[in-house]
Design a protein around this ligand. Structure first.
Ligand code: COA
Length: 144
């Protein structure tokens, strides 16, 4: 598997299958804005030139935020999410970030377990963060 920086061309190539092959990510238009934002960096995972996952952070001063991490539905449970997160943590280290923070739905066990595996700690809860109904857990990793 190959992890590289994601480009607008990558996103355009994924456009037709983005919503069927992936879930729980920001919309195509928001991802496009993310890729055009100079404070934001996305990485993409490819297997035999097939896109199997992508993830991205935005940075403000020395704090980074994980905005999206998603693996193609049919490729989950094979370590790709972990590799994407590791790539972003390396990027954070290269940019001298002090922390990486994220929000995750309280019911998203796979993602919560992934973050815990990489040393993220539970900082608190944002009540009714998703659709004004489900709570988000705020998680941060400081020792980058
Ligand atoms: C969260 C997500 C990115 C994980 O990707 P993945 O490639 O399946 O994860 P990995 O195979 O790298 O697993 C890494 C760790 O995550 C945890 N994990 C992954 N899937 C899990 C599951 N179904 N149940 C419990 N833990 C799970 C485990 O700790 C695992 O480590 P282990 O294999 O040593 O037990 C993937 O489920 C996904 O794309 N979900 C939809 C998008 C999403 O919800 N993103 C998070 C938004 S906050």
């Amino acid at each position: 598997m190959e992890i590289t920086e994601m480009t607008l061309d990558d996103l355009e190539m994924m456009q037709d299958t983005l919503y069927s092959d992936f879930d729980n990510f920001w919309s195509y238009n928001l991802l496009k804005q993310e890729l055009q934002n100079e404070n934001t960096t996305y990485v993409i995972a490819k297997e035999n030139s097939e896109v199997v996952g992508f993830a991205g952070i935005s940075v403000c001063l020395d704090e980074a935020t994980l905005n999206n991490i998603v693996v193609k539905k049919s490729y989950r449970g094979r370590g790709i999410g972990g590799e994407l997160l590791e790539a972003l943590l390396e990027l954070c280290a290269d940019m001298n970030m002090k922390s990486l923070t994220l929000e995750v739905n309280v019911s998203n066990t796979p993602a919560i377990k992934l973050y815990e595996k990489f040393g993220f700690k539970n900082l608190g809860i944002r009540k009714k963060y998703y659709n004004n109904s489900q709570d988000a857990i705020i998680m941060t990793k400081y020792d980058i």
